[in-house]
Design a protein around this ligand. Structure first.
Ligand code: JB8
Length: 235
């Protein structure tokens, strides 16, 4: 899978893309990330990528020409999808991550300042938000999309099971995890996990996962129950 990133801060990405399993995936050729500087597609001699907003007001707006020229220069035909990172996009959920993981090539456009000129929207396939809070640009959202997608690429995670077992993969939050020591300041590991009874352990994890989701994320709980019924052919 290949990602192209269009950004005024390509250096922002160098260290994060070297770390951990994303770094390994790139090393092993399972994932490719190409960085492109928006400034290289600027049209004027000052190479400007932003300008004052029409109608007045505070802050600057990313210019349309460098971004659209960039998209047109970088995009490798119609099978490369263009994603705009924006707080106005559809909230990123695991379902969207799975959809993106199905694309062969993805170009992520990162805005800065107050955002991009509205006319950029006509040149993108998808607008994605990573959550309802305000950031200063689309670079961190782009890294989040890459990381979430990377772990779904076959061979990136150790075992095929781990991608499926994590939170959201079945719609519920994950069960609690413990490792040694058995007793930390009188906080003990639940005895069932030491019992060796795999049936009982599975049952306990399933209950904890559901209880945890119900209390912490009632919104997810309702949706996950509904999905489960659908999967069982009950809806
Ligand atoms: C300026 O929160 B975000 C996001 C915020 C932004 C820009 C892009 C994305 C550009 N602020 O996803």
């Amino acid at each position: 899978m290949k990602f192209d990133i269009l950004t005024i801060f390509p250096d922002f990405f160098h260290s994060p893309l070297k770390q951990g399993l994303v770094g390994k995936a790139i090393e092993r050729g399972l994932l490719e990330v190409a960085l492109h500087n928006t400034r290289e597609y600027a049209c004027d001699r000052h190479k400007s990528t932003d300008d004052a907003p029409y109608g007045g007001g505070a802050g600057m707006v990313m210019k349309v020409e460098p971004i659209v020229k960039g998209i047109e220069a970088i995009r490798d035909g119609a099978d490369e999808k263009v994603i705009l990172a924006t707080p106005q996009g559809a909230p990123l959920r695991q379902e969207t991550v799975r959809e993106i993981a199905g694309f062969k090539k993805v170009l992520i456009v990162c805005g800065r300042y107050e955002g991009v000129d509205e006319r950029v929207r006509a040149f993108v396939d998808m607008e994605v938000s990573i959550g309802d809070y305000v950031l200063m640009g689309g670079e961190i959202p782009a890294l989040i999309i890459i990381e979430a997608v990377a772990r779904l690429i076959p061979g990136v995670l150790g075992s095929a099971l781990s991608a499926e077992q994590d939170s959201f993969s079945n719609g519920f939050l994950e069960f609690p995890h413990y490792t040694r020591p058995e007793d930390f300041r009188n906080m003990r590991v639940p005895p069932v996990l030491l019992s060796g009874d795999h049936g009982a352990i599975e049952e306990w994890r399933r209950r904890e996962s559901r209880e945890r989701t119900l209390h912490r994320r009632p919104d997810l709980y309702e949706a996950a129950l509904k999905e489960e019924k659908k999967d069982k052919g009950c809806l």
